[in-house]
Ligand binder design. Structure first.
Ligand code: 5GP
Ligand code: ZN
Length: 137
């Protein structure tokens, strides 16, 4: 897609600082750098979000995520590492081309994700699970 910034990176129309590449994925430095070593793993083909991802792409994305995560750990020795992936504006996705963030983490680094648990009764968990299982392909 010509108006997609990550497609333009894939086409080398705009520069990116690449750390890893394979058949399906490209990993490059996020321009914003929440912490030093913040990398994005993106699919090469334009796929908007996780719902449109083919199995081979999904496998390749997580293989790259794991490989690059180990390299970030070796290079920066962070206290932790967050893997973050957003689908849709409500989830915080700003670039509509599937990508996964790898963010080295440190105590008190200011990166925050609120986690407003509802702790429903177990029957609710079963109800939710049945709804999902009915749609699983
Ligand atoms: P999202 O909010 O969609 O999960 O993340 C999009 C990310 O893409 C942001 O962290 C942003 O810094 C990064 N980004 C946006 N434009 C560019 C660009 O042109 N080059 C690179 N390397 N990163 C970009
Ligand atoms: Zn794209």
């Amino acid at each position: 897609m010509s108006n997609c910034v990550f497609c333009r990176i894939m086409a080398k129309e705009i520069p990116a600082t690449v750390v890893h590449e394979d058949e399906h994925t490209l990993a490059f430095m996020d321009i914003g750098q929440v912490n030093p070593g913040h990398v994005l793993v993106a699919v090469k083909k334009h796929v908007e979000n996780i719902f449109a991802l083919e199995d081979a792409q999904a496998a390749a994305v997580f293989r790259s995520v794991a490989r690059v995560a180990r390299a970030i750990r070796g290079a920066f020795e962070p206290q932790g590492l967050s893997v973050y992936q957003a689908n849709g504006a409500a989830a915080g996705q700003t670039v509509l081309h599937l990508h996964v963030h790898l963010v080295p983490r440190y105590e008190g680094d200011g990166m925050a994700l609120t986690w407003p648990v509802k702790n429903p009764p177990r029957e609710k968990l079963a109800e939710y699970a049945e709804k999902i299982k009915a749609r699983l392909q």
